[in-house]
Design a protein around this ligand. Structure first.
Ligand SMILES: Cc1cc2nc3c(=O)[nH]c(=O)nc-3n(C[C@H](O)[C@H](O)[C@H](O)COP(=O)(O)O)c2cc1C
Length: 459
């Protein structure tokens, strides 16, 4: 008999009022309306850890979503990810109030020079004893690019090429600049660090010139745990080379199975082991003590969801003003240089015909929602797991209620069935997920270990 394979659980959140399930910031049972209050996040992090979640996972954007109905006034009115705060800044507070919870944040290469980014992330990895994860995104919002001095969005595949260049600098700083054993902090000899074991990286590429050395001594994980979100062919190949976890939003377990099998083959093609990349499916939950109760709660939820906000969000992430189209417009007529995973998801969700915008409004909210009793939810999660999914990124309706409900009513059933872990393993986030603190030697970052010492000797 194969041993049970428990799923990992991350809470998918954003430091804003309205992240995914739009309209719910108004809900009297939700607290996200006060997202500026650090206590909201500290309290949530503690609840998640007490309940056994593996991580809190912050999405982020650095600009407005594309226009809706000719402008962005709707976004402001709906609170659609504006205002939104920097997730990185609050992670050290969450680290100091928790011991085991993974702390994942989202950022893209356009936001910050790699030297400074590497330094801030290493500092956080020290501050959290090795619990930091970075979700590498390739910012698909036009306005975001204009906020960082660009004329507009770089073409889709070129954004991933940029991410490769960015990672190359980071890998050199995180893995190659300091040898193991360089930090002595030896009171007796008076030597703090051994300079022969610290190296400049002398990086020169199209966009970056970075001399180094890295200013931070190696943190518990060195490179943070690497997440990636984006499942276009080039996004998948990027994940297969670099990522340790991929955030996917497949419409059902069968489509997830295909995506996962294909991507795992790519992982192996790049000289890594197929299990070096884990897959986290985005799902939300509506829990009832009976199926009828769960369906009633779902109907109530649908009443409260702001459909305009859902369409504005989806179109805005594609860079298409969906406010300008009729509901029966076939989706195939629409081309985008923005995110392509969303369109693929929609096509997979509708069998045998071209999906329309009307399908979008219906499916966008429901596609990744699991509704039922704890036992029914466990049955469905077993199907996702059997399709190859390793974890769930749990989309909330309200904070903290959606997570409390899952922890209180569903986790006990999952634990009974071996679908959720009981208690935490010790150590860094990477050790908890993979059994080791550092990236394995077969990861591309490992090529830089010891590389600069050799270069100095040669010079
Ligand atoms: C599930 C998922 C979550 C994402 N989260 C973010 C995010 O928080 N911030 C962001 O700027 N982009 C986010 N993205 C966008 C991707 O990083 C990427 O820019 C976009 O999806 C285009 O790549 P693709 O065509 O490979 O999907 C996300 C994409 C997916 C599929």
């Amino acid at each position: 008999m194969t041993p049970p394979r428990p799923l990992h659980f991350a809470a998918f959140v954003m430091n804003t009022a309205s992240h995914i399930t739009h309209g719910l910031w108004r809900a009297p049972d939700g607290d996200q309306i006060r997202f500026n209050d650090l206590d909201l996040w500290v309290d949530l992090a503690k609840r998640l850890e007490a309940g056994g979640f593996d991580a809190i996972f912050f999405a982020d954007v650095v600009g407005l979503y594309g226009d809706y109905d000719g402008g962005w006034e709707h976004h402001a009115k709906l609170g659609l990810q504006i205002p939104s705060n920097d997730p990185l800044v609050i992670l050290s507070a969450l680290a100091s109030h928790t011991e085991h919870l993974g702390l994942a944040f989202t950022a893209g290469p356009i936001q910050e020079a790699p030297f400074n980014f590497a330094r801030r992330v290493s500092t956080l990895d020290h501050a959290s004893n090795g619990r930091i994860a970075w979700n590498i995104v390739t910012s698909a919002l036009e306005n975001g690019w204009r906020n960082f001095g660009h004329d507009g969005l770089l073409a889709h595949d070129d954004r991933y090429a940029w991410a490769d260049e960015y990672l190359d600098v980071l890998y050199k700083l995180w893995e190659g600049s300091w040898d193991d054993g360089a930090l002595l902090a030896d009171r007796a000899s008076g030597v703090y660090a051994d300079p022969t074991k610290i190296h400049k990286i002398h990086h020169v590429s199209e966009r970056y010139r970075v001399e180094g050395p890295h200013l931070v001594a190696p943190s518990p994980q060195r490179t943070p745990l690497l997440f990636q979100a984006g499942s276009s062919p080039v996004g998948r190949d990027f994940a297969a080379r670099n990522a340790e976890a991929q955030f996917i939003v497949s419409p059902d377990p069968e489509n997830a199975r295909k995506l996962i099998d294909d991507t795992r083959r790519l992982v192996e093609g790049h000289g890594r082991h197929r299990d070096d990349l884990k897959f986290f499916q985005g799902l939300s939950f509506v829990v009832g003590s009976t199926e009828e109760e769960a369906r009633r709660k779902e109907a109530d939820l649908e009443e409260r969801i702001d459909i305009d906000g859902m369409i504005a969000h989806f179109g805005g992430s594609l860079g298409i003003d969906l406010g300008a189209y009729e509901a029966d417009t076939p989706i195939d007529l629409i081309h985008t240089e923005g995110g392509q995973s969303g369109l693929a998801w929609l096509r997979e969700s509708v069998d045998g015909r071209t999906p329309t915008l009307g399908d979008l409004t219906r499916l966008r909210a429901r596609g990744t929602r699991v509704v039922g009793t704890p036992e029914q939810i466990a049955d469905r999660l077993a199907q996702w797991r059997d399709a190859g999914v390793d974890g769930v990124n749990v989309i909330n309706q309200v904070i903290p209620g959606s997570y409390d409900e899952l922890i209180e009513h569903v986790f006990p059933v999952l634990r009974e069935r071996g679908l959720a872990r009981d208690g935490y393993a010790e150590g860094t986030l990477r050790r908890k997920l993979f059994g080791h603190d550092k990236l394995p030697d077969r990861h591309p970052a490992a090529q830089y270990r010891g590389a600069f010492a050799a270069a100095e000797v040669a010079a």
